[in-house]
Design a protein around this ligand. Structure first.
Ligand code: KG4
Ligand code: ZN
Length: 352
């Protein structure tokens, strides 16, 4: 089946084409330069930019895939979680495209897309554990089957990528600083400076990174002469250690010995090195698919259809965007998923 997948959940316009589980193309128009002066994503500007480029990105994705529009058999788009204005652009573009091509449309959870990205080309089948570490999310899931998810833990405050970005900023690196920080860390000594290890010794599978960011700020105040490369290396080591330690405990508790790691932070060299040395199976997406992209949304649709957890008989043209869309239960959003205290459930079946 030829599936065109769309992701406009945040600041990247991603469209990819997948045939029988194989990625034929993945085109991403990055908005980094647009948001850089603000040090973060400006939601309204993101929506406008998605609108401006989405048709070009679609044409390019089809061209690179060598697929004619009439050969597309399904359109899938991210329904949430994400910025509502940004989501609406991709979701409505996807519906309109499916309608024009007279093919079915599927709404997909962005996190399901990240999980699917780490399974591409490999032999990984559920059950497995899935760690997602990106700029917006840091969660650990048990994937019992495609379309059956349990969130074992999540960050209580900042996402891992967000912490990378904030510490990078403290070190004077440009936004988003994750990749630059990790390059800087390569020349540093992680043992030269002491930073606290978040949630060390605590039960459960939650993460916490905001205290670490504050600890780096304090350290920079107290030791202004500390080598930036050492600060970067020490910080990175603590984040990687927290992710590795928590995943290992989940592997031991569940006896599920296959783990996928996805999201922008999955591009981190040190995380790859540490996780791939673990005594269980670890699967990373190809570097080109670790950050947000549309191909992963098409891949998720492909897995969901093959496994029979979703079908093309459901009418999906009336779907709304779900800015808050926890991945839980069957992933369809029908149950609303686990509600966390203090979080507003903005999306609902009735609309946003
Ligand atoms: O998955 P993604 O593209 O977007 C979200 O859904 O958030 O992830 C982007 C995040 C950013 O915070 C970025 O700094 C981080 O991934 N990132 C990295 C690296 N490359 C990107 N963090 C650590 N090391 C990297 N090499
Ligand atoms: Zn993402």
């Amino acid at each position: 089946m030829v599936i065109l997948g769309i992701d406009t959940s945040c600041d990247d316009t991603g469209i990819g084409v997948v045939r029988s589980g194989e990625v034929l193309s993945s085109v991403v128009a990055s908005q980094t330069a647009l948001h850089e002066p603000y040090g973060g994503v400006l939601p309204e500007a993101a929506s406008r930019e998605h609108l401006r480029v989405i048709r070009t990105v679609k044409r390019q994705a089809l061209l690179e895939a060598g697929v004619e529009p009439h050969e597309v058999e399904l359109v899938a788009a991210t329904r949430g979680p994400g910025l509502v204005g940004a989501l609406l652009v991709g979701l409505n573009f996807g519906k309109a495209l499916a309608f024009a091509l007279d093919v079915p449309f599927l709404g997909i959870n962005h996190l399901e897309g990240h999980i699917a990205s780490s399974v591409v080309g490999g032999t990984l089948e559920p059950p497995f554990l899935a760690l997602i570490a990106s700029g917006g999310h840091t969660s650990l899931f048990r994937v019992a089957a495609w379309g059956s998810y349990e969130e074992l833990g999540r960050t209580r405050d900042d996402a891992a990528g967000e912490a990378f970005d904030k510490v990078a900023r403290q070190l004077g690196l440009p936004y988003p600083g994750g990749a630059a920080l990790s390059q800087l860390a390569a020349d540093g000594d992680a043992g030269a400076l002491q930073l606290p290890r978040p949630l060390l010794g605590q039960a459960g599978y939650d993460f916490s990174f905001s205290g670490l960011k504050t600890a780096v700020a304090t350290l920079l105040d107290r030791q202004p002469d500390a080598a930036p490369a050492d600060v970067a290396a020490a910080f990175q080591e603590v984040v990687v250690d927290a992710l590795q330690r928590t995943v290992r405990r989940a592997v031991e508790a569940t006896s599920i010995r296959q783990v996928s790691v996805a999201g922008g932070v999955a591009a981190n060299d040190r995380l790859r090195e540490v996780m791939l040395a673990e005594p269980y199976g670890v699967h990373f997406p190809p570097l080109s698919l670790s950050a947000d992209n549309g191909a992963m949304i098409a891949l998720a649709a492909d897995h969901l259809l093959r496994s029979g957890s979703r079908s093309l008989t459901e009418e999906q043209f009336g779907l709304d965007a779900l800015p808050y869309f926890p991945l839980a239960g069957d992933g369809s959003g029908a149950s609303g998923g686990r509600q966390l205290p203090g979080r507003v459930h903005v999306g609902s079946e009735a609309g946003v």
